[in-house]
Design a protein around this ligand. Structure first.
Ligand code: 6CS
Length: 314
């Protein structure tokens, strides 16, 4: 059989690298082939999700930034300053988290999806046309966010005017001045050349980009036990691969941006400068409990417990 797998990024970006490793593993260990569909070949993120739910695609990578509109609990990833920046801790968290590995799968199942893994894609940074030192600088700034309500809330709390847009519209919207800011990991700012249409990168440390890989549930349940093992082994191998792949990637990407556009400023806010952003976390967390679905509280509590467990173990 040929299994179709779509993702939200290009082949040489993080989701594409993960997908290529998955394909390589599946093809080495079974008679199946995996056909990869990078961003743009089948539409926007919401399109590939619909295709996976309806069974046109067998696999899909969609980040909670978009899935939050479908599974409200997935918005938990947009409570600011919840996830640690330390990459080793993050990787351990994703591997061991009970919230991710036990509480989320049934919620995805309700949407016809088998959640296979979640993994980090790097520290999220703001890119803007004007410098940002604190929330005041975001006043009146139309700031693009992925399409989920909690991310909108969080940028409202940061003082900006959040503008939810699908990914395909972001470069053009920055170019034409419809928006004046957006957030993404450094590798993505570099590979998509978003630095061309913004002038300042600000490291606020408020989040790390999370993504998730899923299979169509009926398809997955129709696989033999042996095939399911091929899939989960390939996911495990790709997870390890993508964690290693990202070592040093943030700094390398920032270097490349500096080289391509020497006038770009890259500012890491101090703890003190981060304080006003951090102070919004409680408010956003409260909002999450209101709009994050029936299991919002349970998911949030478990995430915090999982993060503490990682801290205690390290
Ligand atoms: O900002 C976005 O919409 C995109 N950012 C990343 C890092 N991956 C996919 C997503 O669509």
């Amino acid at each position: 059989d040929t299994w179709r797998y779509a993702f939200e990024e290009a082949m040489d970006e993080v989701q594409g690298q993960f997908a290529q490793k998955f394909k390589e593993e599946v093809e080495a260990n079974s008679d199946h082939t995996v056909q990869l569909f990078p961003f743009g070949t089948l539409g926007e993120s919401t399109d590939i999700m619909e295709q996976a739910q309806s069974g046109i695609l067998q696999f899909v990578d969609q980040s909670p930034g978009f899935t939050g509109a479908l599974i409200p609990e997935a918005q938990v990833f947009f409570v600011p300053y919840l996830l640690p920046q330390d990459e080793e801790k993050l990787a351990t968290f994703f591997e061991e988290s009970k919230a991710i590995n036990e509480l989320f799968p049934p919620l995805y199942e309700e949407q016809g999806l088998k959640l296979l893994t979640m993994f980090p894609e790097g520290e999220v940074m703001m890119t803007t046309t004007e410098p940002v030192k604190g929330p005041d600088d975001l006043n009146e700034v139309k700031f693009r966010v992925m399409t989920n309500p909690l991310l909108v809330e969080s940028y409202q709390a940061f003082g900006a005017t959040p503008t939810p847009l699908p990914w395909g519209e972001v470069y053009g919207a920055l170019q034409t001045g419809i928006i004046q800011g957006q957030e993404n990991p450094a590798f993505f700012i570099e590979s998509t050349k978003m630095y061309e249409v913004t002038d300042h990168i600000t490291r606020t440390g408020h989040n790390n980009f999370t993504t998730a890989v899923m299979a169509n549930l009926d398809f997955y349940e129709g696989l033999s036990e042996e095939e399911q093992t091929v899939v989960s082994d390939a996911i495990d191998a790709a997870f390890d691969f993508i964690i290693d792949y990202q070592e040093g990637l943030t700094e390398e990407s920032l270097e490349k941006i500096k080289e391509a556009k020497p006038s770009m400023t890259i500012t890491t806010l101090s703890e003190e400068e981060r304080q006003p952003f951090m102070e919004t976390a409680d408010e956003v967390e409260q909002e999450f409990l209101e709009i994050g679905g029936d299991q919002a509280q349970e998911i949030l509590d478990q995430m915090k417990a999982d993060l503490e467990a990682v801290d205690a173990g390290s």
